[in-house]
Design a protein around this ligand. Structure first.
Ligand code: PMP
Length: 396
């Protein structure tokens, strides 16, 4: 049976990581993989997480199964984090299942959508996080794209986006990135979110919000602005969240799939279907990471510590955006890179071509994915000059 299989290409980012590891250039820089890095290039365990883990080690009483929805205290904490005060108003319409990471949340959401409407199409931004497309297709859903990033002007194709969304049939799902759009870093502003929320109500599609970077853009609350607006505007909403980035819990696989239904009775039915989906994929989520998040959010002291650490990460990213813009300008690069400072989160497209990307890798050991997406957090005070010189050289 196995001999019938044809080999599949490796994921380009994983390939890039392997090539980076083998590179012996002492000045090499990894701007490919999508994890936060500090000034030393490390992705450390947050202090609040370490404290919560120490507490858990002492106090954990059993390794028996948790339920299908995971840790219910964690689920409620996530609802508050996502919805803020709106969470209390909407409480009887909201149901959450803890999932293995944001990817798990998306896969559960995909299977849930399939159960709601076998013929549903999921509309995603052009471009989007590459895994979105494979995830939804793997669940047997159709995926179509709507215009989003303006490669030429480094902004949004907002009018084109709205025109496309007006044509989306009722019963389809529109995926929106809550903040820190991956891969472009280009987010909707408050006015644009209002237009989208109105449109969702008018057209009748179901919005699915992917929020994988809450707190990495402007603040925990501001990054959830669009999500909360939609939660108020529409009858039905799907939210897929991740604690990988904002809690630095990547490998512990912590996320959640939250459903907002039109009333409490529908919410119970939706929840029963959601849990049946969970049962047939992985039965129950892993306990450790969600317990850490719950411990942090249950303690004023640890929450405060986490907020400080999150602020640190966000300030560093935003500072690096300004630094990249200024350093490239200082090297006399003709192209305008001021857009980098206006975008959010870890990612932006440099907007350079394949040949220039290859030269950065070959001549300088600077690793960037083929789309020219860079992880801003890979830059530091120590390597910015080397990076800016290299970019200036390949753009000459
Ligand atoms: N959505 C987006 C847009 C992402 O960038 C990511 C992580 N790269 C995820 C979801 C999933 O994150 P995880 O499964 O690691 O929690």
């Amino acid at each position: 049976m196995f001999s019938e299989l044809k080999p599949l290409p490796t994921d380009p980012i994983l390939g890039l990581m392997a090539a980076y590891k083998q590179d012996t250039n002492p000045n090499k820089i990894d701007l490919g993989v999508g994890v936060y890095k500090d000034e030393q290039g490390d992705t450390p365990v947050l202090r609040a997480v370490k404290k919560a883990e120490a507490f858990r080690l002492e106090n954990e009483k059993t390794k028996s199964y948790i339920g299908l929805a995971g840790n219910l205290d964690f689920c409620h904490k996530m609802e508050s984090l996502l919805l803020g005060e709106h969470g209390t108003l909407l409480a009887n319409r909201v149901r959450t299942a803890q999932t293995p990471g944001g990817t798990g949340a998306l896969r559960v959401a995909a299977e849930f959508i399939k159960r709601c409407n076998t013929n549903a199409t999921v509309w995603v931004t052009t471009p989007t996080w590459a895994n979105h497309i494979s995830l939804f297709e793997a669940a047997g859903l159709q995926v179509k794209e709507y215009p989003y990033y303006d490669y030429e002007n480094k902004g949004l194709l907002f009018d084109e986006m709205i025109n496309a969304l007006k044509q989306v049939p009722k019963g389809d799902v529109v995926l929106l990135h809550a903040c820190c759009h991956n891969p472009s870093g280009m987010d909707l502003n408050a006015e644009q979110w209002k237009v989208v929320a109105e449109l969702a109500k008018e057209v009748g599609f179901t919005p699915l919000i992917d929020i994988a970077y809450q707190g990495f853009g402007a603040s925990l609350d501001q990054d959830a602005y669009g999500l909360r607006l939609l939660a108020d505007a529409v009858d039905e909403l799907i939210i897929c969240s991740s604690c990988s980035k904002n809690f630095g819990l990547y490998r512990e696989r912590v996320g959640a799939c939250t459903l907002i239904s039109k009333d409490a009775a529908t919410a119970d039915i939706s929840n029963s279907v959601l849990l049946s989906v969970v049962r047939s994929i992985y039965s129950m989520p892993p306990a450790h990471g969600a317990d850490i998040v719950n411990t942090i959010l249950s303690s004023t002291e640890l929450t405060q510590m986490w907020h400080e650490e999150l602020d640190e990460m966000r300030s560093r990213i935003n500072g690096l955006r300004t630094l990249i813009k200024d350093s490239l300008a200082a090297k006399g690069v003709a192209q305008d890179f001021s857009f980098i400072d206006k975008q959010n989160g870890m990612f932006s497209f440099l907007g350079i071509n394949k040949e220039q990307i290859d030269r950065l890798q070959k001549d300088y050991g600077i690793y960037i994915v083929g789309s020219s997406r860079v992880n801003v957090a890979g830059i530091s005070q120590a390597n910015i000059d080397y990076f800016a010189n290299a970019v200036a050289d390949v753009l000459k």
